[in-house]
Design a protein around this ligand. Structure first.
Ligand code: FES
Ligand SMILES: [Fe+2]
Length: 354
């Protein structure tokens, strides 16, 4: 059932794919609920194992449908027992003569499940273009022993997380030994490029001696200098692929070096809170499950122990005030994050005027 919401009241870009959940979060049986863009969304797998997403709110007295029961592909409301099918249509009313009122239906949302992620479209349904879902096939093609997916939660606005990933100069200062880049990124003005479909890339190249700790043991000479790079590609509204690598005696990172293929994406829960999805793969030690587990743990620990506290404290300090109205001081390292902010602001304004 399509029930068009008023996007002019939304502070978010509506006509875009957001990540709703990791595939592994929605199992074959349970009802899974998550608030996305200020709307509670119920997700479950139908009997064909496809993910169904609908508003987690009964149209009768607004009880969350996730409190209810599954009867095959149908959801029974916990409160007064209305039944809704996977298209959001009411298919059973146990009250009175059983007639189903015309408006008795629930909003459903287009879903694409791919590469370990469940993407959702919460805008105008006729504009949902599957071609705009990011290509993350590396997480399907690489062996499981070289792939990890994880979920985090941040009590801050989603755009602060985007700033954090688009301005990696903070890695010089904020991060502990595993990811530290030894002061090499901050002196640079990174290369920023505008790509197709409003995508924006940012790249740093540098030499570090020895290589970043995460890569050091994978270098032929562990204590010597390595060439390093990191490149982030943002796509609206809030997803970023991030490749980072090190190499010695070559300029071919992919074939001669060690490269991580990471993905960061955020989905606003509300204006003040953020779902943070992460995936990672690599081109070295691809069969080593134990290394995979340790590497994921190390990275998640860095994001939750090092990035998250400052992002949340920064947001507590900013409160509800608009980013631009606070007159932030701008540095050369902000060149990518500012380009992203302006692009996203433009897309939101265009959508609201349309
Ligand atoms: S609130 Fe769902 S049937 Fe009444
Ligand atoms: Fe960071």
């Amino acid at each position: 059932m399509i029930i068009t919401s008023d996007k002019t009241t939304s502070p978010f870009l509506r006509n875009a794919w957001y990540i709703a959940a990791l595939s592994k979060e929605v199992d074959d049986e349970a009802l899974f609920t998550r608030k996305l863009l200020n709307e509670s969304v119920l997700m479950y797998r139908n009997e064909a194992k496809q993910v169904i997403a609908m508003r987690d709110r009964c149209p009768h007295r607004f009880a969350p449908l996730s409190m209810g029961k599954r009867l095959g592909d149908v959801i029974q409301c916990h409160y007064h027992g209305l039944h809704f099918d996977a298209q959001g249509e009411c298919v059973h009313n146990p009250h009175g003569n059983g007639k189903i009122p015309k408006a008795c239906a629930v909003q459903t949302y287009p879903i694409i499940e791919r590469d370990g992620f469940i993407w959702i479209w919460m805008g105008d349904q006729e504009k949902a273009d599957a071609a705009m879902v990011r290509n993350l096939s590396i997480y399907t093609e690489n062996p499981e022993s070289a792939v990890g997916h994880d979920y985090m939660y941040n009590k801050c606005r989603y755009d602060l997380v985007v700033d954090n990933v688009m301005d990696l100069s903070h890695v010089d200062h904020l991060h502990g030994p595993l990811l530290n880049s030894a002061g090499k990124l901050s002196p640079q003005v990174p290369q920023v490029k505008e790509l197709d479909n409003n995508r924006i890339s940012i790249r740093w190249d540098w030499t570090q001696e020895p290589a970043m700790l995460l890569f050091r043991e994978h270098m032929p000479r562990t204590e010597d200098a390595a060439q390093m790079f990191v490149e982030v590609v943002w796509q609206a509204p809030a997803s970023m692929t991030l490749e980072v690598g090190a190499v010695q005696d070559s300029s071919d990172f992919t074939n001669d070096g060690a490269v991580l293929y990471d993905f960061h994406a955020v989905t606003p829960e509300t204006e003040h809170t953020t779902h943070y999805f992460f995936a990672s793969s690599r081109n070295y030690k691809m069969d080593d499950c134990e290394y995979n587990r340790m590497k994921m743990e190390g990275m998640i620990e860095a994001f939750t122990q090092e990035d998250k506290p400052v992002l949340e404290a920064q947001y507590r300090e900013m409160g509800d005030q608009d980013f631009w109205e606070l007159n932030p001081v701008l540095l050369s390292s902000d060149v990518g994050s500012l380009r992203v902010r302006r692009t996203l602001d433009k897309l939101i304004a265009e959508e609201q005027q349309a």
